[in-house]
Write a protein that binds this ligand. Structure first.
Ligand code: TRP
Length: 444
């Protein structure tokens, strides 16, 4: 297939998929959710759900993509050639979900860009600009959302280029090292042990249906499931790659980063509280959970003195890269569909679709209190799990077991003798749908 690219190595796929998976979901979403839902209780349920629900779905989505070798609509149609409508429906659902996710993701990522510039202006002695950059405001939110969307469009427009791939290979390990250093720093501060306790010692009374739904949504979000990012990347995966193993590596990397982010942010919250920042209100509820991470981190950098500004700049720069490798995997979904299904040019599609999403994002900013949470809930707590479940049902019930085995066998010849093959197909058919149903029903 001439127009269809391929990752040159297995590591290329792992890094691209991990680049998609690791992003704001890990560093903003996960710690915020953990802090809202009692810390350790959330962590434990989250780990269980990643292992029991998200990983099997990740494998399913990679298989759909690698078998279908195309954009989401084409890939899903390949599984159900007689029923084209299902492919159109699910593929379109996926690209709309991806676009919806990008529209709120760009707002958050815009904050990162603003927080990256704030210490620069501080060092230049322009404190009032720095304050403006760190304050919630419509103008700031719109300007930096647009900046981030432009970055995303520019990358997608030139094809998911060697550039960004090579960059992220070098920069992501740096982010991890910086994490370790910051965790070591925060843990020796006054107050940190309270956060550590909350994060690691479970209080079971926090396990409620609403925690389960949030943890499920968070797991699907963090692994980029459901909205076809992984499917499209899977279509670039070489046929001799071992899908179950590759998927496990991506899931482990992603979960490791989320765990580390929690280890940094929760103690940092309590250190900030010791320093006079209000984190919980009188009733014990988290204050403005959306901006929690953005309030806590600068507090931490402030305690580092002169060094703090440099650390902040490096930290937010690396975070912007992490967010960018995720956002491009979202914009790539509608763009690749426009290219392959409707024969549009990549450059034009990237601009048109990117600008449409930018406009929608601006609408969210102008109606922040009503729309921001709503779009997040619809796309991540309902859209992603339901779409992902549909792929699992198609693979588990409709597609032939033989084709499924053949597809996996190409990169894992003796899979039929492995424990994976003994468990996973049944799991996909029965356990995943039932688990999901239970979580949904209990939330009603
Ligand atoms: N997983 C990414 C994160 O944690 C976000 C992301 C990228 C995503 N592509 C996606 C989420 C597709 C849902 C669907 O930040």
């Amino acid at each position: 297939m001439s127009t269809h690219g391929q990752f040159s190595s297995r590591i290329g796929f792992i890094l691209a998929a991990a680049g998609s998976a690791i992003g704001l979901g890990n560093i903003w979403g996960f710690p915020t959710q953990a802090a809202t839902h009692g810390g350790a209780a959330f962590l434990i349920i989250y780990l269980l759900l990643v292992f029991a629900l998200a990983y099997p779905m990740l494998v399913a989505e990679i298989i759909v993509g690698r078998y279908g070798q195309g954009d989401p609509i084409k890939s899903i149609r390949a599984l159900l050639p007689k029923n084209k409508f299902v492919g159109t429906l699910l593929g379109t659902g996926g690209l709309l979900t991806a676009s919806g996710i990008l529209s709120f993701y760009a707002i958050l990522a815009g904050w990162l860009v603003a927080y990256f510039f704030a210490p620069v202006f501080n060092m230049l002695g322009m404190e009032n600009v720095a304050v403006w950059l760190q304050e919630f405001g419509i103008a700031r939110n719109i300007i930096f959302m647009i900046l981030f969307m432009l970055l995303t469009i520019l990358v997608v427009k030139s094809g998911v280029s060697d550039g960004i791939e090579r960059w992220s290979v070098r920069l992501m390990p740096l982010l991890l090292i910086l994490f370790v250093v910051l965790i070591a720093y925060i843990l020796i501060q006054d107050g940190a042990s309270e956060g550590l306790k909350m994060y690691l010692i479970p209080d079971w009374s926090h396990i409620t249906p609403s925690l389960m739904v949030s943890a499920m949504g968070q797991a699907f979000f963090s692994l980029s499931l459901g909205s076809c990012s992984i499917m499209v990347y899977g279509s670039y995966l070489r046929k001799d790659a071992n899908i179950p193993k590759t998927g496990a590596q991506v899931a482990l990397l992603d979960t490791g980063v989320a765990f580390m982010a929690g280890l940094l942010i929760l103690p940092a919250m309590f250190v900030a509280q010791k320093n006079g920042v209000q984190i919980y209100d009188d009733a014990g509820a988290l204050i403005s959970s959306g901006s929690l991470v953005f309030d806590v981190l600068p507090e931490m950098f402030k305690t580092m003195g002169v060094m703090g500004s440099f650390v902040a700049i490096i930290f937010f720069f690396l975070m912007i890269i992490a967010a960018l490798t995720s956002s491009i995997s979202m914009l790539e979904i509608p763009v690749s569909t426009a290219i392959h299904q409707y024969n549009h040019e990549r450059e034009k599609s990237s601009w048109v679709i990117g600008l449409l999403i930018t406009v929608f994002s601006a609408v969210i900013i102008c109606n922040f209190d009503t729309l921001f949470g709503l779009v997040i809930t619809i796309t991540t707590q309902y859209g992603q799990p339901l779409l992902s479940m549909s792929y699992a049902l198609i693979l588990g019930w409709i597609w032939s077991r033989k084709s499924l085995l053949e597809e996996i066998k190409q990169g894992y010849p003796d899979v039929d003798r492995s424990i994976f093959w003994k468990i996973w197909p049944w799991y996909l058919r029965v356990v995943c749908p039932v688990l999901m149903l239970m979580v949904f029903v209990s939330s009603l």
